[in-house]
Design a protein around this ligand. Sequence first.
Ligand code: FAD
Length: 495
Amino acid sequence: MPKAVIIGSGIAGLASALRIRRLGYEVDVFEKNSYAGGKLHTLEKEGFRFDLGPSLFTMPQFVDELFELFSLVPGDHFRYARKETICNYFWEDGGRFVVKADREHFIKDAAQFFGEDPGTLRGYLEDNRRKFDLTSGIFLEKSLHKAKTYLSPETFKAIIRIGSLDLNRSLNAVNSNTFKDPRLVQLFNRYATYNGSSPYQTPGIMSLIPHLEMHFGTFIPEGGMHRISQSIYELALRVGVKFHFGREVERILTEKGVAKGILTEDGPHAADLIVSNMDIYPTYKKLMPDLPYPKRTLEQERSSSALIFYWGIQKVFEELDLHNIFFSDDYRGEFRALFEEKNLNDDPTVYLNITSKDVPGDAPNGCENWFVMINAPGNYGQDWKILKSKARRLILKKLSTCLGVDIEPLIVTEHVLDPIGIEDNTSSYRGALYGAASNSRFAAFLRHPNFSRNIENLYFCGGSVHPGGGIPLCLMSAKIVADLIPHPNSLVPHG
Ligand code: FAD
């Protein structure tokens, strides 16, 4: 049976392993860590359980699909519930707004709270849907780097409507021209952070992101986010994928422009095809240092990173839900600091995620597991000790002000992750959460393709390549890779 090697067991590596196995390959996954899941990992500390990475789960059908590929009923292996509340928003002046998942409910509440016309709100959401429907089939589901994508009727339809996709103005410009209340502009500007970008730079087409949340819904897996990677990993084991943990891949071995295998500390491992789930930057720089690399693609601006404080809190806050945002009063300054100054603003927006609201057992009785995150610049050699201590102070001040309770004495356990830690754990260049930023209208085209243009039988998946970062897009990248690779019967065996 022809053999495929996957480098890395992040969500995209796991999904690629499954899809390629389904095609009929023998599949071996080499992972430098002792566990599967990459950024989707978990931490247990003093009776609290924390998801270390992603906290927002959308498009669960892409996970279900993996079970269906093997004729299994997804719900027998991986269960999740739809959330009725999308997010609680807080402003320091005492303003608080709850976004309900039901669209008409949201429109009614927002019209009342922000004094907006319901027709304007409805029109905005419809426009987001239109942008998504026009572009998702081209930008998310196919390789952007194959001619046949451009020859489809779908692409033609999008091209003739390109002027209405808001590629030439920023997300902030779209939102500011639509809404009167700056708080509502800020609420919709926040979606730029879903791919680690700035709302003042990312193009207005990104207003399709709220559509994913407000139309398709947000979900919480039974057992927490970590179950996403774990259930897929368990499925991979079940269908015969072999895992090699604690095995860092040191080189991709090539011969006359064809990928032939990989090198680990055990020596060479031959393969008929290789899929790298490692960040594209170190894939070129570390695994293929002698080969030419795509300079423009690798030099693209990286997405933002994060500073995360995992706090066990000995109190239950009834006014909080799974997702909570405490907004900065200086949003523009926050993004200027992140992307231009590579620094932290004095008033960062704080995201607070509490899975113990939905996952029993994630915190002891009378307590909550707080995942407290602020956007941070990538690692450019800043003094993270100083930045972490500044962030902790500013976060505690904001949360204490908005919640009317001194938070620091309630912290019973603490763990901290910074951009250096994110890079160490997963090899994400500069600790970026989502690969390259989408701060330009050309970003989608500059992302690395899911295949190598120079090396035959070499493919790429994951958050640093097309179509981008975040769980749903990583899962899409695996699907695109599986569509690109040859059927095993058409391969010439290695040797
Ligand atoms: P990664 O998870 O980056 O994993 C790559 C794997 O490859 C790792 O296991 C690594 O150890 C392994 N590896 C690297 N180099 C080698 C080598 N040489 N040899 C062997 N193995 C190697 N997304 C969302 O959808 N929702 C969210 O709410 C969200 N929040 C986030 C919050 C944080 C704090 C972070 C860090 C990310 C967040 N994301 C979120 C982004 C999401 O986590 C990523 O886009 C996604 O998990 C990336 O998956 P991946 O498959 O690209 O690989």
